[in-house]
Design a protein around this ligand. Structure first.
Ligand code: FES
Ligand code: FE2
Length: 398
């Protein structure tokens, strides 16, 4: 647990960051176009659309649009702006379902699952239109490890693989597809999206903010300030491994919850398997609890040995964010697993409430203008990195 970026050997950096990107409305307006309008954004898991015709509608408020994800007969998942080409009505009205096509509720234009216009009522009255030549406005859509990403840039500057860079193969072999959505929590919070994300990508706060929940599991006497087990920067993205306290004494309720099932939330003293994905706990720390991977700009992918979690921080305004947290686990094999998973879901919710408990007050106080900069420790370097990457997009890097 030295002050070093374990991916590159470069020293960790502490430093100051400006307050303006968190509170300034003009900065936010530019961020919408220069960052969210250009980056690959994760919207779904492909298991959410298992069959041809399955579709999902996703709000993308930050780009003032709604995205229709649909699996075609050719099994490919495509993404479209959910807008009818005729006069702009919202096309799909349900949030999800299965359809052979989509009929606009205004004048009845019909599109197939590939976005092609199939029926144009009273076609003769549109002599300027060749219905075979028009299709729904698409967004670039690619899948990585089962995660469905879209890019709203009409001409994306990078492929998804290029965008992910060194993260690309890091999770090969991780059993994402075997796990199922076990819990989904979401909330709208009155804070900038980066403040919410920042609270979820450092462990410095764990001994204090989480003193009633996970503090003892992550910060024992040998690591009182919860230093990270390792940290690595991968281009625009980064990964952290959170240290686990092998001497954690289960509370009475934890003893009951995990009596007949391996605990999904605490480290086991067994050495981690070498068969796990190369980017998951890459240093094979034995005192390890889970990883935090921040895929710029707003997607966190947090794998553990037996589960994984995701966060999405969706900006709604400069001072408002939709926070989404999902937990995925293996299907329970018996009642013991069910009890352990149920406890983990409920316990996880308490921890999340703690994590969110400071962000609104922080935003309010930053808005006061009393501070112009914030001080980050070397352990908080991920925040520094995220802001530096953000700034490079804001400066319009190619
Ligand atoms: S707006 Fe969709 S058919 Fe007219
Ligand atoms: Fe936390």
């Amino acid at each position: 647990m030295g002050n070093v970026d374990f991916a590159t050997g470069a020293p960790l950096r502490s430093g100051t960051v400006p307050v303006r990107p968190y509170i300034d409305a003009d900065y936010y307006e530019a961020e919408r176009k220069r960052v969210f309008g250009r980056c690959w954004l994760n919207l779904a898991r492909e298991e959410e659309l298992p069959a041809p015709g399955d579709y999902l509608v996703k709000d993308l408020e930050v780009l003032e649009t709604q995205v229709l994800l649909v699996r075609g007969d050719d099994q490919q998942i495509r993404a479209f702006h959910n807008v009818c080409l005729h006069r702009g009505n919202r096309l799909a009205r349900d949030r999800c379902g299965n359809a052979r096509g989509f009929m606009c509720n205004f004048h009845g234009w019909v599109y197939d699952t590939k976005g092609q216009l199939r029926e144009l009522p009273d076609e003769d009255q549109f002599p300027h239109l060749d219905p075979e030549k028009i299709a729904l406005k698409s967004l670039a859509c690619h899948i990585w490890n089962g995660f469905v990403f879209v890019n709203a840039d009409p001409e994306p500057q990078t492929s998804l693989a290029q965008f992910l860079g060194e993260m690309n193969g890091a999770f090969d072999g991780f059993p994402f597809a075997d796990m199922q959505l076990t819990a989904f929590y979401h909330a709208e919070v009155n804070a900038n999206w980066k403040l919410v994300g920042d609270a979820l990508q450092e462990a410095y706060h764990a001994p204090i903010l989480h003193r009633q929940t996970v503090a003892d599991a992550v910060a024992g006497p040998d690591n009182p300030h919860c230093h990270l087990a390792s940290m690595r920067l991968h281009g625009d993205h980064h990964g952290l491994s959170v240290h686990g306290n092998l001497h954690h004494q289960p509370t009475p309720i934890e003893q009951i919850a995990f009596d007949y099932s391996a605990s999904p939330i605490y480290p086991a003293p067994a050495a981690p398997s070498d068969s796990q994905a190369p980017g998951v706990n890459p240093r094979r720390e034995s005192a390890w609890i889970f990883d935090i991977n921040v895929l710029f700009p707003n997607f966190h992918l947090d794998p553990s040995g037996t589960w994984y979690g995701t966060y999405h921080l969706w900006p709604l305004a400069v001072d408002r964010t939709r926070w989404e947290f999902r937990i995925y686990m293996n299907p329970p094999k018996n009642a013991g697993d069910m009890v352990a998973q149920e406890y983990t879901k409920v316990f996880g919710r308490f921890v999340q409430r703690e994590d969110l408990s400071t962000v609104e007050a922080t935003h309010e106080m930053l808005r006061s203008g009393a501070l112009t900069e914030l001080h980050l420790s070397a352990q908080e370097m991920p925040l520094l990195h995220s802001l530096e990457v953000l700034e490079s997009y804001m400066q319009g890097r190619p």
